[in-house]
Design a protein around this ligand. Structure first.
Ligand SMILES: Cc1cc2nc3c(=O)[nH]c(=O)nc-3n(C[C@H](O)[C@H](O)[C@H](O)COP(=O)(O)OP(=O)(O)OC[C@H]3O[C@@H](n4cnc5c(N)ncnc54)[C@H](O)[C@@H]3O)c2cc1C
Length: 324
């Protein structure tokens, strides 16, 4: 069901980031339309759906357990031959084409759908101010910058253990603060600290964290949550009340970038997520068709010796946001 990272191509027409109901629904619509797309997700696709004890409001499935519905979604993808590539995206640089950067890989896509869900974890005090000043969301991506230095890794799942183990080979010291129970496999060179972080320390650059009211010093801090906040994933994205602002076509303020599901705001419901995912895919396909028409028109212009419009200012109009 999950594909190998090595199978990733360098470029896709469409990249779907997030493998919950919204992302899966987007993927199946892209597949039915026979488009060149990739579905990117984390190790566990939709822990939220897995945790839903009983779902009573998903049409056609009265009283179904969240986990059972999740397995049915997977079965639907498998039936269509759709694979999920386990790549947590940490940065998206607007294009066209967009560049998506993950832990071990990067790729390009002409259009992107964000279906990353919503994080229930609050940001730490001073996290936003110190982002990029020694604070990041992917330890292995920035690993070489911390060679011989000390880092603190705060992780909300066991997936962070691999990052801590990797950093232990590079850094002078690695502190690991798990925000979950039951550590699976941690390198003996990693120092595990249990407790609650109340603040990230530093003014112009990270100096450490305050844990259980005690100062723990380090050169860098990495926070590994299931999802990266949208504004940190894509610089310049417009938010509305903390959610990604979209119009009724699920377009964000960035041309070619769409969003669907919980990440676009309340209500946090499966049927909304699946519906928005499907709609976003269809709208992304329309965008790709327009982009292709534009490129053909530009090629025809070039053939006549005329100058096509500046590629930095594509002819596709920036969508007007009709906020919910
Ligand atoms: C306990 C519980 C019970 C619920 N019960 C119901 C119910 O009865 N009825 C109902 O309608 N809804 C219910 N919900 C809500 C429902 O589960 C959500 O609305 C739905 O899962 C949202 O789907 P989504 O695809 O938008 O996001 P999610 O399901 O959160 O999926 C997002 C996925 O994207 C992945 N991801 C995030 N960031 C990245 C990244 N940067 N790169 C790659 N992948 C990423 C995440 O790991 C996750 O797998 C319940 C939720 C909970 C927690």
């Amino acid at each position: 069901m999950t594909a190998d990272l090595l199978e990733l191509k360098k470029h896709y027409e469409l990249a779907i980031v997030g493998c919950g109901p919204a992302g899966m629904s987007a993927a199946l619509n892209a597949k039915i339309r026979n488009r060149d797309f990739v579905l990117l997700g984390t190790e566990e696709c939709s822990p939220k759906l897995a945790k839903a004890p009983q779902v009573d409001n998903f049409l056609g499935f009265p009283g179904i357990k969240g986990e059972e519905l999740r397995l049915r979604f997977f079965e639907h993808l498998r039936h269509l031959g759709i694979q999920i590539v386990p790549l947590k995206v940490t940065n998206i640089y607007p294009g066209p084409p967009f560049t998506l950067v993950g832990k071990d890989k990067s790729l390009e896509a002409d259009a992107v759908i964000l279906a990353t869900g919503v994080s229930t974890q609050k940001l730490f005090k001073r996290e936003s101010e110190l982002l990029g000043k020694g604070l990041g969301y992917c330890a292995t991506c920035d690993g070489p910058l911390y060679k011989g230095k000390s880092v603190i890794i705060i992780s909300y799942s066991a997936e962070g253990e691999a990052e801590a183990n990797f950093m232990a080979d590079i850094c002078s010291h690695v502190f690991y603060i798990p925000y979950y129970s039951d550590i699976v496999r941690i390198n003996p060179r990693v120092e595990v600290r249990q407790g609650k972080v109340s603040e990230i320390l530093g003014t112009n650059g990270v100096e450490g964290v305050l844990i259980n009211s005690e100062r723990l010093e380090a050169d860098g801090v990495f926070i590994l949550r299931e999802s990266v906040p949208a504004e940190q994933l894509v610089s310049g994205i417009t938010l509305n009340d903390g959610a990604i602002a979209v119009n009724h076509k699920l377009e964000t303020n960035i041309p070619g970038l769409f969003a669907a599901g919980d990440c676009t705001g309340q209500p946090y419901q499966l049927v909304k997520a699946a519906g928005e995912g499907g709609t976003a895919a269809l709208q992304a396909i329309k965008y790709l068709d327009a982009l292709e028409r534009d490129e053909s028109a530009n090629a025809a212009l070039r053939a006549t010796g005329a100058q096509p419009p500046d590629p930095q200012t594509p002819e596709i109009p920036v969508p007007q946001l009709l906020l919910h």
